[in-house]
Ligand binder design. Structure first.
Ligand SMILES: *[C@@H]1O[C@H](CO)[C@@H](O)[C@H](O)[C@H]1NC(C)=O
Length: 229
């Protein structure tokens, strides 16, 4: 089958790395032959090979099957029993349960130039086993790293007062931003909780001084207004 000449993309847009399960053209005669031989071999050694053919995954797991390196059509198998052909099939089990992890305290500069340490908890799960196997090497690790940078990016645009009062909004914003980015990895970010907003150690020692200074400043401003009027 002649291949369509591929358009050369000169733009900056990265190529879309989404799985294409429809291209079956290069499942060639050779692959068929190997498959049939494997079938016959499994059939001839039936009483023994049956134990290699039957696989089971738990209620919360799915199995992505590769036949001669290609993802088998029909999506991930499970829960329960499924069959593979020994020698030519391999599979990968994927856990679909919600995973939670703590984002380690991130020291960052708020919009009003106060250094704060913020930590958060992220809850996510694999929503599509097939694309989480194909599009990303380690979905869990990638999500963790992304959560750290997203936390920094979003909180960097907030003032300290906003961080302390708008926790709910910040959590929601982080959740939707993360979820958008992790979608091509088959990962669904369910929830993000900003746990704690703290002034870091040295800063908190001086924070009472800082507060006194702030109070003094507002008092001065008030008295200035008073004298002006
Ligand atoms: C997972 O993604 C693939 C590719 O986009 C799609 O064909 C398949 O239906 C999806 N599976 C589920 C369970 O959503």
């Amino acid at each position: 089958m002649p291949q369509q000449p591929r358009k050369t993309t000169s733009g900056r847009a990265p190529p879309k790395r989404i799985l294409d399960l429809t291209s079956d053209a290069d499942f060639s005669v050779c692959s068929w032959l190997v498959t049939i031989i494997a079938f016959i071999f499994a059939f001839l050694t039936l009483p023994i090979s049956i134990w290699l053919c039957i696989k089971v995954v738990q209620e919360y797991e799915r199995a992505v099957i590769f036949r001669l390196g290609r993802v088998k059509r029909g999506g991930a198998r499970g829960p329960g029993l499924f069959f593979i052909i020994p020698c030519i099939d391999s599979f990968k089990k994927i856990d679909l349960r919600v995973v939670s992890f703590e984002v380690p305290p991130q020291e960052l500069l708020s919009k009003d130039s106060v250094t704060v340490a913020v930590d958060a908890v992220v809850y996510f799960r694999i929503s599509n086993a097939t694309i989480s196997v194909i599009n990303v090497e380690d979905a869990s690790r990638s999500t963790k790293l992304l959560a750290q940078t997203t936390l920094r990016n979003i909180l960097g645009t907030k003032t300290l007062a906003e961080m302390l009062s708008d926790r709910e909004a910040i959590s929601l914003q982080m959740q939707s931003t993360l979820d958008e980015t992790t979608e091509p990895w088959g990962v669904k970010v369910e929830r993000v909780e900003v746990k704690d907003v703290r002034l870091p150690h040295q800063a908190s020692e001086h924070s009472s001084d800082l507060l006194t200074l702030l109070k003094l400043q507002t008092d001065m401003q008030a008295s200035r207004l008073h004298t002006q009027s």
